[in-house]
Design a protein around this ligand. Structure first.
Ligand code: XLS
Ligand code: CA
Ligand code: CA
Length: 435
């Protein structure tokens, strides 16, 4: 049986096509800068948005029409596996991602929850083997259940800390079983509401203890996935400990975790932190910690995490520029952590939304590649910092100068000439690459 009988395999038809169920820009095997697009982009579908979320919001009930829903949660979970892999293969994405609670219902006990997961993991593995679709990353949801009301690794309740550890232990075993390429931690409740009742030092120390234990266990069972932390500044916690890329790197360095972890950066989280997405990617690059991305976009007029499908070509081009500068996304990928709007409730909307995101990323990749080939930003940046290539600048970079020698130099060269960046001209030229 088919869950998407109206949709065939999505093919590339080129920019002139007016078939809504075709790619106009994403051409998986097309070579861009010496590599097929599919290897640059490594697209993944997010289980939670595409197969689990129902379209409800704080003001209204579910709107999504989903033919896999039944009255039996485990039956529904099994149907989702089938529907999911039909969707992934028709869309032509190489990867998917999930939280433990997305794939299988929670049971009345922890043991029953694990048993439910085992049933579904077996089916996922069969589907992976049959289709070649792989797991980009999995994670444990330690934020939805009421037990996590005070946090998970940062909780004030040691029993909850233990429960969270059991959940992540299981998730690591599942990741290994399914050959996951990465494992993600997003600390939804790892933050606080008020300092009046919070021991921030203990909470952060405990999060670090938790990460060390997770790393140790992964090593013990031979699960060699890349470990990623996903920063987010707020929502659900008022103050989230992993505020942004820079805050998260400081945390990792303080607790001797920087070698074992990279970052999974999300566009909407960047804008919630008051940054652009490419800023966050560039910070991660400076630390050698750009691991993977969650592709979506927020709405500047709304103050929360709207997780829209990415269609902003400008922002996506600048993000792809950072990824090219990084030498690629490595073992990570481009995960659509994005959900259809509540009014896009038909099954086929799931295809249209992903096609929009994939086409936007294909265009962003090609625009960034054109800039690279033209040496546009590379030359511009090199020219701007040329003073550090020769003379006193080269000596500063080589570590040959101190305040004595610099002061002597400045006394002899105190008539400074700066040059304009011509940023308005640069932005106008950049627009020429976006077609
Ligand atoms: C929520 C986060 C979450 C993570 C995985 O805002 O984006 O979905 O990606 O837990
Ligand atoms: Ca995310
Ligand atoms: Ca989000």
């Amino acid at each position: 049986m088919s869950y998407f009988p109206n949709v065939n395999k999505i093919e590339f038809e080129g920019a002139k096509s007016d078939n809504p169920f075709a790619f106009r820009h994403y051409n998986a095997d097309e070579i861009v800068l010496g590599k097929p697009m599919k290897e640059h982009l490594r697209f993944a579908v997010a289980y939670w948005h595409t197969l689990t979320q129902d379209g409800s919001d704080p003001f209204g009930m579910a709107t999504n029409q989903r033919t896999w829903l039944t009255n039996d949660p485990l039956e529904t979970a099994k149907n989702r596996v089938e529907a999911g892999f039909e969707f992934f293969t028709k869309l032509g994405v190489p990867f998917y991602c999930f939280h433990d609670v997305d794939i299988a219902p929670e049971g009345a006990s922890l043991a029953e929850s694990f048993k439910n997961q085992d049933v579904i993991v077996k089916l996922l593995k069969e589907q992976q083997e049959a289709t070649g679709v792989k797991l980009l990353w999995n994670t444990a949801n330690m934020f939805s259940n009421p037990r996590y009301v005070h946090g998970a690794a940062s909780t004030s309740n040691a029993d909850v800390f233990a429960y969270a550890a059991a959940q992540v232990k299981k998730a690591l075993e599942v990741g290994k079983e399914l050959g996951g390429e990465n494992y993600v931690f997003w600390g939804g409740r790892e933050g606080y509401e008020s300092l009046l009742n919070t021991d921030m030092g203990l909470e952060q120390d405990n999060i670090a203890r938790f990460f060390h234990m997770a790393k140790d266990y992964a090593r013990e069972i031979g699960f060699d996935a890349q470990f990623l932390i996903e920063p987010k500044p707020k929502e659900p916690s008022k103050h989230q400990y992993d505020f942004d890329a820079a805050t998260t790197m400081a945390f990792l360095q303080k607790y001797d975790l920087a070698k074992g972890f990279k970052l999974n950066l999300e566009a909407n989280h960047a804008t919630l932190a008051g940054h652009t997405f490419d800023h966050e990617l560039n910070v991660a690059r400076c630390y050698g910690a750009l691991g993977s991305i969650d592709a979506n976009q927020g709405d500047l007029l709304l103050g929360w995490d709207t997780d829209e499908f990415p269609t902003d070509l400008y922002a996506v081009t600048l993000a792809m520029h950072q990824i090219l500068e990084n030498g690629g996304i490595g073992r990570g990928g481009v995960n659509f952590d994005a959900k259809v709007r509540r009014a896009s409730f038909e099954m086929d909307d799931l295809f249209l939304a992903h096609i929009a995101g994939m086409d936007t990323f294909a265009r962003g990749l090609k625009a960034a590649a054109r800039m690279k080939e033209a040496g546009f930003l590379d030359n511009l940046v090199a020219d701007r910092y040329a003073s550090f290539k020769t003379g006193v600048g080269a000596d500063i970079v080589a570590g040959k100068m101190d305040f004595h020698s610099l002061s002597k130099y400045a006394m002899e060269n105190d008539q400074i000439t700066n040059t304009s960046t011509r940023l308005e001209f640069v932005k106008s030229r950049l627009n020429d690459f976006l077609f």
